[in-house]
Design a protein around this ligand. Structure first.
Ligand code: SME
Length: 160
C-alpha cells in the first residue's frame, strides 16, 4: 500500500479521478477489513478531489448508520426513504442533487452543503452501503463525477 496519495492539480476533473482511482484500488488491495478500506477511500476522495464532505452510510436493518467519513460531523442515522441517502437506498440508484434546498426532505447535516451526489454499493441482491459526497457549491456534481464514483462503488463491491 502506498503511504502517500499523489494528488493531481489538474483543472480537469476527469484527470483528477484518473489519477486517484488506481490509487484507491491499490489502497484496498489485499485488505479485507471494511472499516479500514472505507476510511481510506473517504480520505482519498476528500483529499484527492477536494470534496467538502465525503463519507459512507451503512445499511443496518431499516436504517442507514454513519460510517467512515471526512469532513464536518454528520447525522448518525437516516431512515429508509428519507433524505437523499435514504431515497437513493430505497430506490437503489444514484441521485445527483444540484441544489439541496430544492430536494424535498433533504437532511441538512451541514448548513454549508449546497449540492450532493449519493451512490449505492450492492452485496448480493441488496444495497449494503451508500457513498455520500457533499459540496458547498451549487451544482457541483455532473456525469463525470457519476461515472468515476460508480467505478469507486464497483471497487467497494469487490471487497464487501
Ligand atoms: N444530506 C443527506 C444527509 C447526509 S449528510 O449530507 C452528510 C441526505 O439528505 O440524505
Amino acid at each position: 500500500m502506498a503511504e502517500e496519495l499523489t494528488i493531481s492539480t489538474s483543472k480537469d476533473k476527469a484527470e483528477r479521478y484518473e489519477t486517484l482511482i488506481p490509487q484507491i484500488e491499490a489502497l484496498v488491495a489485499g485488505e479485507k477489513n471494511l472499516t479500514a478500506n472505507l476510511a481510506n477511500i473517504a480520505a482519498a476522495l476528500r483529499f484527492g478531489m477536494d470534496f467538502f464532505w465525503v463519507g459512507f452510510y451503512l445499511v443496518d436493518e431499516d436504517e442507514l448508520v454513519l460510517g467512515p467519513f471526512q469532513g464536518p460531523i454528520a447525522c448518525t442515522r437516516i431512515a429508509r426513504g428519507k433524505g437523499v441517502c435514504g431515497k437513493a437506498w430505497a430506490e437503489n440508484k444514484v441521485l445527483v442533487v444540484p441544489d439541496v434546498d430544492q430536494f424535498p426532505g433533504h437532511i441538512a447535516c451541514s448548513s454549508a452543503s449546497r449540492s450532493e451526489i449519493v451512490l449505492p454499493a450492492v452485496k448480493g441482491d441488496a444495497v449494503a452501503l451508500m457513498l455520500d459526497v457533499d459540496s458547498d457549491k451549487l451544482n457541483d456534481f455532473d456525469s463525470i463525477d457519476e461515472r468515476y464514483l460508480r467505478q469507486v462503488m464497483r471497487i467497494i463491491e469487490s471487497f464487501i
